[in-house]
Write a protein that binds this ligand. Structure first.
Ligand SMILES: Cc1cc2nc3c(=O)[nH]c(=O)nc-3n(C[C@H](O)[C@H](O)[C@H](O)COP(=O)(O)OP(=O)(O)OC[C@H]3O[C@@H](n4cnc5c(N)ncnc54)[C@H](O)[C@@H]3O)c2cc1C
Length: 656
């Protein structure tokens, strides 16, 4: 036998109780032994375990194997594990092929006999393919020790501070006029009821003053190209019409602005703002923005300019234009958070119809010392409510809207109940489906509010109406609900209703997912690479997730995840280089027709065109081996290492 002839070892994994109960693994291993070039076959409980890998390494050394096939789980899970085992035994890691007999067979095939046949077919294909594998070498590419953080809520800030403290340069991009995100709207946080501003504002100041962090507020990422370690991002900075370097944040412009009746977005429409405004007193940066849609000069072309007239720093600039800034970064942390569910379509709850029906975010502002009532919980007419209803799961756990649980609503509803009882002494009634309080000190908080006299009614609310049963309740609202424990319908007169709205992905998440080439789940949350083993990484190298953009979560989990994302980034960039994929594309100049279709297809800008030779060429440093050029090439001149026509066709032919 020629020493370069293929000599293959085939290893069939039981994966504990995942594969073996459905697939006859011994039969599959026996079958593999009958295939051409196969010298060793074995089955084992857990091939990925240390003894499993040791078995492969020993066989390579003792039997002179030069190719390995493992039939087990998805390559996404353990291909790197087995490639490393091959490498440590002295053979090129690309002389390895995996057959996925778990996700593609045992988990999805009901009949045991069929599953075994299917597993044998996949093993046959893998053996045929690995025969044609070629040795490939990875390359080391220098990385930019710079991080782009998208979203300046608590997640983005935490990630930015952690990575900046480790010595990395950070660009923090926030689309609103100030950093802070949703937490900036809260007064108290569950379950400890500590003051949100006392935790939040110092963090905002740290971000603002950190020498390693540059903040771009009122800005969005509009383009990104490149690959792990070497991305180029374009940031569009919208015009504030106020020169940041000059503005002292004195606030005179806002005092003098005559346009005063614009509903405040930050206060959720409770209270007004001026056309030149800062969303809240502790905003970072403190430079206000002029709203071009409501400013008399910008929107109506009227003579005004009161802000400019009174600005001693001469900071107003009505001619300011948007600006595009290009930055080079090694890694990206996405921290774009969530938006609250809009309950307007649920007309039966009366939101937008009755002024005393509030969303939870509006209630946060009502209760906040910096809010429209300076923290007094009062109705629109200034009276203190005597009875308040809180309706859980609005938009969540509802097949017509979001089927998932938003995870924080039960807890913030109980926070509201405590605050209402404490500030007003009002009766509070919580209407819930199930109370979910799985967190540190959360169940204790639930017990506490029950002891404080809060009423809990298990049942979905059917309707909020202004039709009162008794004369004495005229002018109040009535909550109609079925108590599913007593099986009785109740009509409860109340003065105020709070809708505990669920969380949904932030607007623009879909566009951002396309821009960054990261995936989303069916509900629109960004998807992690692996739910258990890589919960903050994405399938795109160098791009990580932090906070609610990945799914609803409370502040402790958000902060933990943001720190984890920063940790991953630090680990990635610390070495100064990254190992790129060995599987890259090649264009055969003899076959290339010069049609240039591949140039526009390549999202990594890795293909250039040689006008003199009239052929396309691949820049090996930029190519990520995605295969798009190979798929579109009409002359079959482009091919990707490890996915050559020969390799793919041999695998298919063997299976079929
Ligand atoms: C009513 C209510 C009360 C709550 N109370 C509590 C509580 O008491 N305790 C607790 O632990 N949790 C609470 N939570 C949950 C808490 O709000 C979240 O855990 C936390 O805000 C998540 O932070 P984040 O940074 O991931 O997202 P966010 O706070 O949503 O911040 C995301 C930021 O990204 C920005 N952004 C979005 N898209 C882009 C883009 N494309 N480009 C640039 N910037 C972008 C947004 O403007 C925002 O500033 C509550 C939630 C609600 C709805």
């Amino acid at each position: 036998m020629n020493p370069s002839d293929p000599k293959i070892g085939v290893y069939v994994c039981h994966c504990g109780m995942n594969i073996a109960p459905k697939v006859d693994v011994e039969k599959v291993a026996g079958f593999a032994g009958t295939l051409n070039h196969v010298a060793v076959t074995r089955d084992y409980k857990f091939m990925c375990s240390n003894p499993g890998q040791e078995m492969i390494i020993a066989d390579i050394k003792n039997h002179g194997l030069n190719r390995v096939v493992v039939a087990s789980c998805s390559p996404r899970m353990h291909e790197p594990t087995f490639r490393k085992a091959c490498q440590s035994a002295g053979i090129n890691p690309h002389y390895f092929q995996m057959a996925n007999i778990r996700e593609h067979v045992s988990w999805v095939t009901q009949d045991s006999q069929q599953a075994t046949i299917k597993a044998m077919d996949l093993v046959k294909g893998a053996v045929a393919r690995v025969v044609n594998h070629r040795p490939l070498e990875s390359r080391e590419v220098k990385v930019e020790k710079v991080v782009l953080v998208v979203g300046g809520g608590i997640a983005g800030m935490q990630a930015a501070i952690t990575a900046a403290d480790a010595g990395y340069k950070i660009y923090l991009v926030e689309r609103e006029p100030s950093i802070g995100g949703h937490m900036a709207k809260f007064d108290k946080t569950f379950p400890t009821l500590d003051c949100a501003a006392c935790i939040m504002t110092p963090k905002m100041v740290v971000v603002d003053q950190h020498p390693g962090i540059t903040i771009y507020t009122y800005s969005e990422v509009t383009g990104i190209s490149g690959f792990v370690g070497n991305y180029t991002a374009t940031i569009r900075k919208k015009p504030r019409y106020v020169i940041e370097d000059r503005c002292t944040g004195c606030g005179t412009c806002m005092e003098k602005c005559p346009s005063r009746k614009i509903p405040s977005e930050f206060n959720e429409g409770l209270g007004n703002r001026t056309a030149i405004y800062s969303p809240f007193p502790q905003a970072v940066p403190k430079t206000p923005v002029i709203d071009p849609d409501t400013c008399r000069v910008l929107a109506l072309n009227k003579r005004c300019g009161a802000c400019a007239k009174f600005c001693e720093a001469d900071a107003i600039d009505f001619d300011q234009q948007s600006e595009n800034i290009e930055i080079s970064v090694g890694s990206v942390i996405v921290a774009t958070g969530f938006q609250a569910f809009d309950p307007t379509p649920l007309a039966s709850y009366g939101y937008g119809i009755y002024p005393e029906v509030y969303t939870s975010l509006a209630f946060e502002r009502l209760n906040n010392a910096t809010g429209p009532t300076a923290g007094a919980i009062t109705m629109q007419d200034g009276r203190v409510p005597a009875r308040v209803a809180i309706i859980h799961c609005v938009g969540s756990r509802d097949t017509r809207h979001h089927t998932y649980c938003s995870r924080v609503c039960c807890m913030y509803s109980m926070k509201f109940a405590h605050l209402i009882r404490e500030k007003t002494g009002a009766e509070v009634w919580e209407f819930y489906i199930d109370v979910r309080s799985p967190g540190k000190l959360y169940e204790e908080f639930y017990n506490r509010v029950q002891e404080e006299g809060v009423h809990f009614v298990r049942g979905r609310v059917a309707e909020v109406t202004d039709i009162a049963e008794r004369e004495a309740d005229q002018g109040r609202l009535t909550v109609v609900a079925e108590n599913t424990l007593t099986r009785k319908t109740m009509r409860l007169p109340v003065d105020m209703v709070i809708l505990s709205v669920g969380l949904e992905p932030a607007t623009g998440a879909k566009e951002l997912s396309r821009l960054l080439n990261i995936s989303m789940d069916g509900d629109g949350w960004f998807t992690e690479l692996h739910a258990k083993l890589a919960p903050v990484a994405t399938a795109t190298g160098g791009i990580f997730l932090a906070g609610c953009c990945q799914g609803p979560k409370d502040i402790p989990d958000t902060v933990a995840q943001a720190s984890a994302a920063a940790g991953e980034v630090i680990a990635l960039l610390a070495r100064g280089t990254v190992t790129t994929r060995a599987e890259i594309s090649h264009i055969d100049p003899d076959l290339c027709s010069g049609c240039r279709l591949c140039l526009n297809t390549c999202i990594y800008s890795a293909i250039t065109f040689d006008e003199g030779l009239n052929v396309a060429q691949v820049n090996e440093a930029l190519c990520q081996g995605c295969g798009a050029c190979s798929a579109i090439c009409p002359s079959s001149s482009a091919s990707v290492d490890h996915f050559t026509d020969r390799q793919v066709m041999d695998e298919l032919e063997a299976i079929l």
